[in-house]
Design a protein around this ligand. Structure first.
Ligand SMILES: Cc1cc2nc3c(=O)[nH]c(=O)nc-3n(C[C@H](O)[C@H](O)[C@H](O)COP(=O)(O)O)c2cc1C
Length: 184
């Protein structure tokens, strides 16, 4: 008997975090099992109850929370169980952590465990952050490593300007993730 596709969504601290609620809901509606992890900054933008209500599952925020029903810590268990891992919005900080292998919270640590072939990353930030040489270098490192990137696009930004760095729309993110998930 086939099992439900399993998606892990890693929400980091960008103002576009609210749009990822639509992505989570979409995959729940298609029959996927959706786990969500959030950074401390992401929790400033969207509350865990939003994703818990949409997915029917506990949101993971704490590297040090050990699930009692598992012999593996969360940072091993979550990426191992998932068929695909979406990082969206991917903050400039999250991109830097990924590029340099930093691991000081749940999401950065599990991304160091994750199979690169499972990853879809949707950067989202202000144009100055996106165009900064540090961010551009980090993006090049991730691309060379084979990480699948979606966007970002040019467009309206939360700082009320138009420029590069706007997160791709949920439909584009959903298409990229769907291509990585097994059929429901
Ligand atoms: C109102 C506000 C909006 C922000 N929007 C973004 C954003 O869209 N992208 C980004 O990379 N950082 C943004 N930041 C900064 C990040 O939240 C900050 O760098 C944070 O440390 C990221 O942490 P994380 O990667 O652990 O989630 C924003 C900060 C504030 C206060």
């Amino acid at each position: 008997m086939s099992r439900a596709p399993h998606l892990l969504i890693c929400v980091t601290g960008g103002i576009a975090a609210y749009k990822i609620a639509m992505v989570a809901s979409h995959f729940v509606q298609t029959g996927a099992l959706v786990d969500v992890a959030m950074t401390a900054s992401a929790l400033r933008f969207v509350g865990a109850p939003t994703f818990e209500g949409l997915t029917g599952r506990r949101v993971h925020t704490d590297l040090w929370h050990h699930p009692i029903d598992s012999n593996q810590p969360l940072h091993i268990q979550l990426p191992s169980q998932a068929d695909a891992i979406l990082v969206a919005p991917a903050s400039a900080n999250a991109l830097a952590q990924m590029a340099h292998g930093l691991a000081d919270d749940l999401i950065s640590t599990l991304l160091l465990v994750a199979d690169i072939k499972k990853l879809v990353v949707a950067p989202a930030m202000n144009e100055a952050m996106w165009k900064h040489p540090a961010t551009q270098h980090n993006i090049e490192v991730l691309q060379r490593r084979g990480v699948k990137l979606v966007g970002p696009e040019n467009g309206w930004q939360a700082c009320r300007t138009v420029g590069a760095g706007r997160m791709s729309e949920p439909d584009a993110i959903i298409s990229a993730v769907s291509a990585m998930l097994p059929a429901a």
